[in-house]
Design a protein around this ligand. Structure first.
Ligand SMILES: CC(C)(COP(=O)(O)OP(=O)(O)OC[C@H]1O[C@@H](n2cnc3c(N)ncnc32)[C@H](O)[C@@H]1OP(=O)(O)O)[C@@H](O)C(=O)NCCC(=O)NCCS
Length: 194
């Protein structure tokens, strides 16, 4: 198995893994076409980084991170305005979707003096869990953050995602706060100092 930077041929499989395993996340509810645009823009933005674990063309998992979430969202919207609008516009007439889009994009600015760098997502396909793939991906993202002189980074994760919470604790994340990103859903913020 090797860990490599995301390339265009990985994007559909990455979007599918995200949709399948972070299934209650708001980004997933916007569909795989939206997720494909999101991950695609990580290849061109200087503010994001995505790595995949693969073997013989099979994707075992991926991790994504941003050096500055707000800047990445700006890059994402700037480069995908038309395509993202076409995907989102039919959904924006639903008041709950509209509210969540606004909350998701203003969430970075509500973070006060929290680190701008963030582990955005990590997924390992079920059959490859418990085999060190997640640690490998995490350590590679950590090395990238160190190289970019990031001193602190965070992750925001649903409190219901037990394996993910356990994994972040195991990797040394310090529980910083519990917040409500979308009203009723409790999310936990873990912080790493590096
Ligand atoms: C988070 C994830 C990448 C971790 O990968 P992994 O290969 O399962 O990692 P580990 O094998 O180190 O397991 C992590 C811990 O969770 C525990 N765990 C696994 N499944 C669990 C479950 N259903 N409930 C509670 N704990 C669980 C493991 O026992 C392990 O803890 P331990 O080492 O103290 O025993 C993987 O579980 C995953 O893809 N989950 C779905 C996507 C997700 O939730 N991503 C995070 C949101 S951004």
């Amino acid at each position: 198995m090797k860990i490599v930077e995301l390339e265009r041929q990985h994007v559909p499989a990455v979007a599918l893994l995200h949709k399948k395993y972070i299934d209650r996340g708001f980004m997933s509810s916007l569909g795989t076409a939206f997720l494909e645009q999101l991950y695609d823009s990580m290849m061109t933005s200087d503010n994001a980084y995505c790595l995949v674990a693969e073997e013989d063309g099979e994707l075992h998992g991926f991790i994504s991170g941003t050096y500055e979430l707000r800047s990445f969202y700006k890059d994402f919207i700037r480069t995908n305005l038309l395509r993202v609008s076409l995907i989102l516009l039919p959904r924006l007439i639903e008041p709950s979707v509209f509210r969540k889009v606004v909350e998701s994009f203003i969430y970075p600015s509500k973070q006060g003096n929290m680190p701008g760098a963030e582990l955005m997502s990590i997924v390992v396909s079920e059959k490859f869990r418990g085999k060190g793939v997640s640690e490998n991906l995490f350590n590679n993202l950590l090395a990238e953050f160190k190289q970019r002189n990031v001193k602190k980074f965070k992750v925001t994760v649903g409190s219901n995602l037990q394996a993910a919470n356990r994994f972040y604790q195991k990797m040394g994340g310090m529980l910083h706060a519990e917040i409500e990103v979308h009203d009723t859903e409790i999310s936990r913020i873990y912080i790493w100092e590096i």
